[in-house]
Design a protein around this ligand. Structure first.
Ligand code: PLP
Length: 441
């Protein structure tokens, strides 16, 4: 009989032989965690090693691992009715749409897909068709921000503002333009955060005008840039962007794929600002990643333009798995847990504690900035605090691997091309215990 160690080695060999990992190439020096079990905020690997998942998977397991109620909800729904396409309807889809609407400030129609990328693709198609339906045939372009990530499919990748993720797959979809986001830590010396954020919003307006405003269909942005390095705007920026959109007839698409469902200490990230998005995309925390599901929520008045009763006025888009009954049932149960356990408030409380307790890290020679909103934190590492030169990949990589050796998984984000792949990210489950937080700290 094989020892656990031999069995692990054999699994790793098979993994190397057959499994093509996402975004990373494992080699002889670094092995993937072969996870076998997960409970709360903790993952156990095949050897019995435990890791606190300080990234909630890929910023998604909001209610934590091992929730029996979610497994039960999927089981019951699969037994009762495993599938019906969303050309028809079913009760979990109806209840979920109603529930999500309870939290939004306006009336939205809910369109189901499978992933964050899908939800954004749907948003782009809806925005273009909306303008066409209104006779605005020239509006096809989208503006997003450098450093933002909006997904891996060709349209969502086109909206993404990180060149290294894109250049080998070009040409991507045409009509996607980028502007710089506010990066308050790196604003010009002597300029106030407020005036800098106003300036960045004005640059966005300039882009619209230079590009001929009648060609712009929409702007897509996250409430704060997450994967691009946790860049939190001043509210004036977001509110001005909405004002600019309205002035030029451009739709505002808010990507809540990471920020949604309590992560930032409010149910949705955009609720930190006084805005009312035209389209909102959601995924990840919607089911806490127990099953794949995403939503494109579209304001009712936009939806109305798709009901012109001509053969061709409906939204000509279908996907097989979107709105899967078990995924909707799991989402409903997941949202019930978020509400029942006050996890949104808990994210705010834990986030504040994390911020307070890590404050003294700011004195460390390599820590340039620490920023967070709710339970979503970025620690920007620099080589030199005066020049703000981003920390080297080796330094950042060593911290990540040292944390892993101590049993803590954290992330590394930013934008490699711009040299800003120097931000450590911490995004544990909202259900993390006080002891879990102690461990991270
Ligand atoms: N939008 C944002 C902000 C994301 O962070 C991600 C994924 O990390 C996506 C969209 C794409 O989501 P998915 O990986 O489910 O396609």
């Amino acid at each position: 009989m094989k020892t656990v160690k031999e069995e692990t080695q054999s699994l790793i060999k098979k993994d190397r032989d057959h499994v093509w990992h996402h975004i990373s190439q494992y080699n002889d020096k670094s092995n993937p965690i072969i996870a076998t079990e997960a409970k709360g905020a903790w993952i156990t690997d095949h050897n019995g090693n435990k890791y606190l998942d300080g990234m909630s998977g890929l910023w998604c397991v909001n209610v934590g691992y091992g929730r029996n109620e979610l497994a039960q909800a999927a089981y019951e729904q699969m037994n009762q009715m495993a599938y019906i396409p969303m050309t028809q309807s079913h009760i979990p889809a109806i209840k979920l749409a109603e529930k999500v609407n309870e939290w939004l400030s306006d009336d939205y129609m809910i369109f189901y897909s499978n992933s964050g990328s899908d939800a954004n693709e749907v948003a782009f198609k809806m925005a273009r068709q909306f303008h066409q339906q209104n006779g605005d045939f020239s509006r096809y372009k989208f503006i997003s921000r450098y450093r933002a990530y909006h997904g891996s499919s060709l349209g969502a990748l086109s909206a993404t503002g990180q060149a290294l993720r894109k250049y080998k797959y070009e040409p991507l979809s045409s009509g996607f333009l980028h502007v710089a986001p506010p990066d308050n830590y790196r604003r010009p010396l002597g300029q106030s955060v407020e005036s800098y954020n106003v300036q960045r919003a004005e640059e966005l307006e300039d882009k619209i005008i230079w590009e001929q405003k009648e060609t712009i269909a929409g702007i897509i942005m996250e409430p704060l840039i997450t994967g691009g390095g946790v860049l939190i705007p001043h509210p004036i920026y977001v509110e001005k962007v909405q004002e600019i959109c309205k002035r030029h007839g451009v739709l505002l698409i808010i990507d809540e794929v990471i920020c949604g469902f309590g992560r930032t200490g409010k149910m949705f990230g955009h609720m930190h600002f006084d805005i009312n998005p035209d389209i909102i995309t959601m995924a990840k925390g919607l089911t806490s990643a127990y099953l794949p599901l995403s939503i494109t929520a579209v304001r009712k008045d936009i939806y109305e333009t798709f009901k012109q009763n001509e053969d061709n006025s409906h939204f000509r888009h279908v996907n097989t798995f979107g709105g899967n009954p078990a995924a909707c049932a799991v989402a409903l149960k997941n949202l019930e847990i978020i509400e029942k356990e006050n996890l949104t408030e808990r994210a705010a409380v834990l986030g504040e504690r994390l911020q307070n307790e890590l404050e003294e890290l700011k004195n460390h020679p390599y820590v340039g900035d620490i920023r967070n909103l709710g339970l979503l934190m970025g620690i920007e590492l620099v080589e030199d605090k005066d020049t703000k030169k981003p920390a080297s990949a080796q330094r950042v990589g060593k911290i990540i691997s040292d944390c892993k050796a101590y049993g803590l998984i954290i992330g590394k984000n930013g934008d490699t091309v711009a040299g800003y792949n120097n931000i450590l990210t911490i995004c544990p489950p909202l259900s993390s215990t006080d002891n879990d937080l102690d461990f991270i700290i």
